[in-house]
Design a protein around this ligand. Sequence first.
Ligand SMILES: [Zn+2]
Ligand SMILES: [Zn+2]
Length: 120
Amino acid sequence: MNENGFDDVYQLDGGVINYGIKRGQGNWEGKCFVFDDRGAIEIDTKKQDIKYSQCNICFVPCENNQTCRVCNKEYLMCADCDPLMENTCSKFCRNLEKMKEEKIKSNKEYQELKAREASN
Ligand SMILES: [Zn+2]
Ligand SMILES: [Zn+2]
């Protein structure tokens, strides 16, 4: 295109498909038309039959398949996000697990307090 006098031609980082997948969820209408034999591509990953292997959190390509210890869903997570997420698929699940742990902890403290009172 630059050769034909179009100077202001830019390529989206990672291509328009990647851009659509990262940014277009929920606010992408219709399909994305690409100028090769793929024709129109479905951007909404829920309707997509092409499988994209990318981290659930930061969307870098990865193949590290795991099962969430909270919701038992299979998910992909890169080596960077994995230690932060503590074997959970999302921030939602991680918070849920944290809340559960807090509850168990406070319940245990309560039981200990009660036991101490009873022994007095
Ligand atoms: Zn990641
Ligand atoms: Zn989960």
